[in-house]
Write a protein that binds this ligand. Sequence first.
Ligand code: KIV
Length: 272
Amino acid sequence: MYNSNNIKKNTVKYLQQKKNNGEKISMLTAYDFSFAKLFDVANIDILLVGDSAANVIAGYETTLPITLNQMIYHGQSVVRGTKKAMVVVDLPFGSYQISDSDAMQSAIRVLKETGCEAIKLEGGSASVVSLIKKMTTAGIAVMGHLGLTPQSIHQIGSFGIQAKEEKDAKQLMQEVMDLQEAGCFAIVVEKIPAKLAATITQIAKIPIIGIGAGNQCDGQVLVMHDMLGMNSEFNPKFVRKFIDLASIITRTTIEYKEAIENGSFPSEDEAY
Ligand code: KIV
């Protein structure tokens, strides 16, 4: 599929080929135009407009408060900044749990109003599997999300590692198979033992994207603020801060303030 810039967008087929060829898939969250543009230039395969926007953009403790309209706003901004990456938008809590018809309307709104390529939703229960089947039958590209599913945090009780016990691991593997059967083109597995994620990745035909799931998955995803080290108070084991932007931004902002206060900004060259 070519866009108006004549650049070929990353497709479901492209991601499947990467898995088949043993090439790793890169995925990163994005919530606005400017960062999406930078990540797209860096050739990230998939930009995820995550409902983690509720945490890192809006400052909530869980992902539950973010609304469908807010996700659509973030999705539109990311799509405008993206030429090549596949853009996946999370369906937020409450937008697909009431009824299948409500869920279909939410997914269709996201696709129509943002121009993204796919949606992601959480869970592997029978009702979610049946909903995904309806969506994929309608031609919607759906990414699944299993393991730690933050929208169910009050049921799960903690953000700890999931599927540590054998029976939970077996159930998770079954859910992966069910989601694949329902037509998901890829599945995110969050915070599960690396060994289990490796087995799932071997068994599944579709790409498995890990977060806190070891390095044997077909690809990896991180929240952009974690990857860029923008929150010095959030340091879970699975996050690698590729740069310490929090320090850089604070230091630079202090320099800016000092330059204002000592009168060196703006200089003559920076004035009309
Ligand atoms: O919302 C999000 O950022 C996510 C990733 C953690 C996978 O779902």
